[in-house]
Design a protein around this ligand. Structure first.
Ligand code: SAH
Ligand code: SF4
Ligand code: F3S
Length: 465
């Protein structure tokens, strides 16, 4: 166990003693991606070990933690909106307010908080997450405001307690940071350089999850197919690449499905494609972020592939894995994007027939090269392009859905439907939501369903006897 974590576990015990018998409640607001959610699970693990129980009701919270995101402006706006609300609750019951995550790595944001939202108690960054128990202890014991943000990349910390949000599906972070510096993106600045976890630690975590009955694992990282390609990589383990890791996770008994996000098209080497093909548990839907279909824009974005290379990669994967399908991320309105460039994006969407497209309007991020580019696209053009892309994507999705009707799909049953307690809900290998009638004992199992109808965002199925 590293020294750091021994100290942190001691702080957990100290805070637990201070809190004994107080019946304290906490609430955590997670505002970012799946990596951010996985960090929240670790924060929850630490907090619950310090004597707090979870609540969904902000009014009765003694500790509120914001786990922030800064990838786009709207993620930032959400924090400031919510802070106003929490201020009133703090005035009423002395709630401790802690703000962590990616946004806290931005100096201008912490300055803004100190000036206009100075009622916060703890600010912590992405590299100091594991020090939260110490920060909380200092706050409780010395009653002073804590600012605990590091500019240098934090070590990979193993052995933190974790409280997971789900008991069927789990995320496992395999690496932190990013080295790619796409010119629109803030992530490399707030998450630091790429650092891979020791493969043995990753595999042990998955083995533990399998023992607890988890069925689906999502391997997480900003660029998973460059796992073990930079930073410290001389681990004493036969796993030497992401392709090897997939093969080893595939051997773990009890796990039925393996997903991963996000790979980068430029690093999609043949060995990774072969592992996906050979490993029966690896889902045959690949998230392959496109960002733009225009070679010119891709160059400005520093994505390091062309439109043709992307399409060739898709073709190669389709040849090697006949059942493969794709999902993607697309940004519209990057500086300099012309109507012609945007047409290229639509062209790729028409050609690939994605199962799912996450669409974003370009958002200027302070400190990134994109923000300094002069030919920013006017808001109304960005919105018009977004609407056009959305229309195309939706028409493709409904077309795609038709293909499911009449087929039999393996569905991992996740629970009851949020909108109708009578129905069960689950997902296909290709990540489509399917609702159906069945006994609650099926939750956590993979069942065969015949798809009987499609409804844009979900399918309806019937159990095949
Ligand atoms: N590392 C991952 C995802 C990073 S963030 C990847 O490379 O795919 C998730 C998505 O947010 C990105 O894929 C991109 O489509 C979008 N995004 C990132 N920065 C953005 C910005 N400044 N404006 C709009 N969308 C952005
Ligand atoms: Fe951002 Fe690009 Fe890194 Fe993804 S690969 S996190 S988009 S810089
Ligand atoms: Fe994720 Fe947002 Fe940070 S997308 S890595 S939480 S900036």
């Amino acid at each position: 166990m590293s020294l750091d974590i021994v100290a942190e576990l001691e702080y957990i015990e100290k805070v637990k003693k201070i809190n004994e018998g107080k019946n304290l409640k906490y609430l955590i607001l997670t505002m970012g991606c799946q990596l951010n959610e996985n960090d929240s699970e670790k924060i929850s693990g630490m907090i619950e070990n310090m004597g707090y129980t979870k609540t969904e009701n902000i009014e009765e919270s003694d500790l509120v933690v914001f786990n922030t995101c800064c990838v786009r402006e709207n993620a930032e706006d959400r924090l400031f909106g919510k802070l106003g609300e929490v201020k009133k609750i703090k005035e009423k019951r002395g709630t401790i307010i802690a703000i962590g995550g990616c946004m806290m790595q931005e100096k201008h944001i912490v300055e803004k908080l100190k000036q206009s939202y100075s009622f916060f108690d703890i600010v912590f960054g992405t590299h100091t997450l594991h020090k939260f128990p110490k920060d909380l202890y200092t706050k409780l014991f010395e009653n002073k405001r804590i600012e605990d943000v590091l500019d240098i990349d934090g070590e990979i910390i193993e052995g933190l307690p974790i409280t997971r949000n789900d008991n069927i599906k789990a995320s496992v972070t395999i690496m932190n940071g990013c080295n790619n510096f796409c010119t629109y993106c803030i992530v490399p600045y707030v998450r630091g350089r790429e650092r891979s976890r020791n493969p043995e630690d990753v595999l042990n975590e998955v083995r533990e999850l399998a023992k607890k009955g988890y069925k689906e694992i999502t391997l997480l990282g900003q660029n998973v197919n460059s796992y073990l390609k930079s930073g410290k990589v001389d681990f004493d383990c036969k796993v030497k690449s992401f392709a090897d890791l997939l093969r080893e996770v595939n051997k773990i008994e009890g796990i039925e499905r393996i997903r991963f996000i996000s790979p980068h098209p430029k690093d999609f080497t043949d060995d990774v494609i072969e592992s996906i093909r050979d490993c029966d548990k690896v889902c045959k839907i690949i998230h392959l972020p496109l960002q733009s279909g225009s070679t010119q824009v891709l160059k400005l974005m520093n994505r390091r592939y062309t439109k043709e290379q992307y399409l060739n990669l898709v073709e190669k994967m389709k040849k090697m894995i006949p059942e493969v399908v794709f999902s993607t991320d697309i940004i519209v309105g990057f500086p300099g994007e012309t109507d012609e460039d945007f047409e290229d994006t639509l062209d790729v969407v028409r050609k690939v027939h994605f199962e799912q497209v996450f669409m974003f309007i370009y958002s200027r991020r302070v400190g990134t090269p994109g923000d300094r580019m002069e030919n920013q696209v006017p808001e109304e053009i960005k919105h018009a392009r977004f609407d056009k892309l959305k229309e195309l994507v939706e028409s493709q999705i409904s077309e795609n859905n038709q293909k499911y009707v009449g087929t039999v799909q393996k569905v991992l049953v996740e629970g009851t439907s949020k909108t109708n307690e009578e129905l069960l809900t689950g997902r296909t290998d290709s990540n489509k939501v399917v609702n159906f009638v069945g006994g609650k004992d099926l939750i956590g199992n993979v069942v065969k369903l015949k798809i009987v109808s499609e409804h844009m965002w979900y399918l309806k199925g019937e159990i095949v006897e």
